[in-house]
Ligand binder design. Sequence first.
Ligand code: PBG
Length: 324
Amino acid sequence: MYPLSRNRRLRTSEAIRSLVRETSITPNDFLVPLFVVEGKGIKEEIPSMPNYFRYSLDLLSTEVKELWKLGLKSVLLFVKVPDNLKDNTGKEALNPDGLMQRAIHAVKHAVPDMLVMTDVALDPYSNYGHDGIVSEGKIMNDLTNEVLAQMSLSHAVAGADFVAPSDMMDGRIFEIRSLLEHEGFHDTGIMSYSAKYASAFYGPFRDALDSAPGFGDKKTYQMDFANREEAIRETLMDIDEGADIVMVKPGLCYLDIVREVRNAVDVPVAVYQVSGEYAMLKAAAEKGWLDHDAVMMEQVIAIKRAGAHIIASYFAKDVVKLIS
Ligand code: PBG
């Protein structure tokens, strides 16, 4: 009781503040999303994501070497698929010589110990820009699962350590896990986007991959952002089906969900600080309205404090450079 207790005593200097600090950030916290394109010598900036790039395979190798030197040991790969290879079946996603499969090789060749996670979803491959196979304007759940399982197997064969299904079809974790087990890929992990919301914060990402839905929206598969209890249901189901790591996405607007999921499960929880969150801060900082580095640190610490074991973030490199 005051004046015996005065909370400000623990705030009097940086030394005491750092001694009692509850949350800290290290390079080990991060998973780095990377965008890959066909071609050679390409490092092109994504217009709605300042200072974030799409890389051709040669420069992807350079980039992952730099990440490794910074202590960033895990990447999450996304590919931008040429229009002429898109269809409604995800055929190109299964091509053993496709861009994703070659990207996995490229990263493993450049940095053999880098942990490689791959995006598993049909939207970059879909002529409709949807995460599933479309029939009469509807997204076909079970047909899509078959392709997602084959796609995951193809990534595992190419050398992926983890597959990361980001589609939100029902039962896809079970289908993927079953096929991986059946084919002997017992050590290939699954990081499930288990509580992924239908969010307007994905806009810049869809620019990066040219993957915006051609009709409608994703609300029949991604979650309604008004829902909280559903996130727990989704997450527990994915764990039952074989997910090794679960995820909440987006990040900052969903920290209540992060904490609730963290309290409800005993597997690692990842949080995806998405493209729109990145773009907002970059834009405000460009205008001189926010202190970029200070706000960035506040945001990633908040995500970790909320309960994230893993943060997928476009800020990973910026943060690690700042704290090193
Ligand atoms: C698509 C996918 C999306 C993101 C990751 N995987 C976009 C979407 O669901 O439309 C978003 C990532 C971001 O915004 O940074 N399967």
